[in-house]
Design a protein around this ligand. Structure first.
Ligand code: URA
Length: 243
């Protein structure tokens, strides 16, 4: 077996996301063969070297799981919130494996959030290279003009650059509010809200219904379900982890 970077080993073993694993290393909480390692380039072999986090040995095999979770509004996408707000942990806290959210949904946004202990999968789902599509149902104030809809589809100039082409359909329009379906292949911070606001139609409600091939389906608010093996395969295929 070839030596691999420690952060990759830790994330694959379900210890933490790759970014979090880097923090663990930098914080001096990781040791290899009894020596604390605090450099990110360090390589080791899982199953051969004695790799420990906070003194606890890393197991070579941990079952990989992915859960679909319907995040309610007024819930933060973390496992712990210093401000004491409701977190994802309150809904999945008793799950027997250490799982964490893939990416983020805003506090006041709702809908599909994937949770996993598979660090490599989580990393790829968030990486811009894989352009994983995410679909949102968006309620905006007013009735967007044709020009505004075209801009949302073709690209909106935001302070961090022009957005990539998006798929858009009008689901329901009324005098005061309109429901849109918007599919993005990038995931910048507060992107849907910033796009709609920039073209003149502020977001009143935001619900994610799909991530890659995974749909929210009939899942109820605050509920979780384990992905079926067919779904898991399709998800892994979407980020090049399966043929
Ligand atoms: N876009 C937003 O504005 N917020 C989210 O939570 C997700 C996408």
């Amino acid at each position: 077996m070839k030596p691999e970077r420690l952060q990759k080993i830790l994330s694959r073993a379900g210890i933490a996301s790759r970014r979090k694993a880097e923090t663990l290393i930098l914080d001096g909480r990781v040791s290899v063969d009894g020596k604390v390692v605090s450099e990110l380039g360090t390589r080791a072999i899982l199953g051969k070297d004695d790799i420990r986090v906070d003194g606890k040995a890393i197991e070579a095999e941990t079952e990989k799981v992915v859960l679909a979770f319907f995040k309610p509004r007024r819930c933060v996408t973390t496992l712990h919130d210093p401000q004491g707000r409701v977190t994802v942990a309150e809904f999945v806290g008793d799950f027997p494996l250490r799982i964490y959210p893939v990416g983020r949904l805003d506090y006041d946004a709702e809908g599909l959030l994937l949770l996993t202990n598979d660090g490599e999968l989580a990393h790829r789902l968030q990486h811009p290279r894989y352009k994983v599509p995410k679909t949102y149902q968006v309620k905006v104030r007013g009735r967007p003009s044709e020009a505004a809809l075209a801009r949302l589809q073709q690209g909106v100039s935001l302070e961090d650059g022009v957005t990539a082409p998006a798929e858009l359909t009008v689901l329901k329009d009324g005098e005061k509010t309109t429901w849109l379906s918007l599919t993005l292949r990038e995931g910048r911070n507060r992107q849907v809200k910033r796009m709609c606001e920039t073209v003149g139609y502020p977001v009143l409600r935001l619900r994610r219904t799909k991530v890659g091939p995974i749909s929210l389906g009939a899942l109820g608010t605050g509920k979780t379900r384990r992905l079926k093996s067919k779904e898991l395969k399709a998800l892994r295929r979407a980020v090049g982890l399966e043929k």
